[in-house]
Write a protein that binds this ligand. Structure first.
Ligand SMILES: [Zn+2]
Length: 129
């Protein structure tokens, strides 16, 4: 039985800051959304840290909060910014889901099964929107 290790396998390709969003082009020059983005990135970075310490429940919770902020951007000029934020958070959730899928097959499977179910449902729902 090999323990899952973040320095090997497909997870190794992902760096800690990969999920942090950068504002590339915003029609409002970030006037509206940059404040939201600061908050989203803060949450995503906490989510990443929780993920690395295998506190998946907390990680998922932080990503949900980030998503709520992205969905709260109602400014029309920042509609594309909101979509970019949302998609990044969603792919972040997808990664956690993938990771948990492997974890839930492993030695400590029961510990991760609940989180896996939770994030699976979440991702499924979000992709339907
Ligand atoms: Zn914007």
């Amino acid at each position: 039985m090999k323990l899952l290790n973040f320095t090997e396998g497909k997870n190794a390709k992902r760096k800690l800051n990969e999920d942090i969003i950068q504002l590339v082009s915003c029609p409002a020059n970030g006037n509206v959304c940059s404040q939201n983005l600061v908050e989203i990135n803060r949450l995503l970075s906490t989510a990443q840290q929780s993920r690395f310490s295998k506190e998946y429940g907390r990680s998922i919770y932080k990503m949900q909060k980030a998503l709520a902020i992205a969905d709260g951007i109602q400014t029309e000029r920042c509609a594309n910014c909101a979509v970019l934020f949302r998609n990044t958070i969603l792919s972040s959730m997808d990664n956690v889901k993938e990771e948990l899928e492997e974890m839930s097959k492993g030695l400590f499977s029961t510990r991760y099964r609940e989180s896996f179910k939770q994030v699976s449902t979440l991702v499924q729902e979000l992709k339907q929107v």
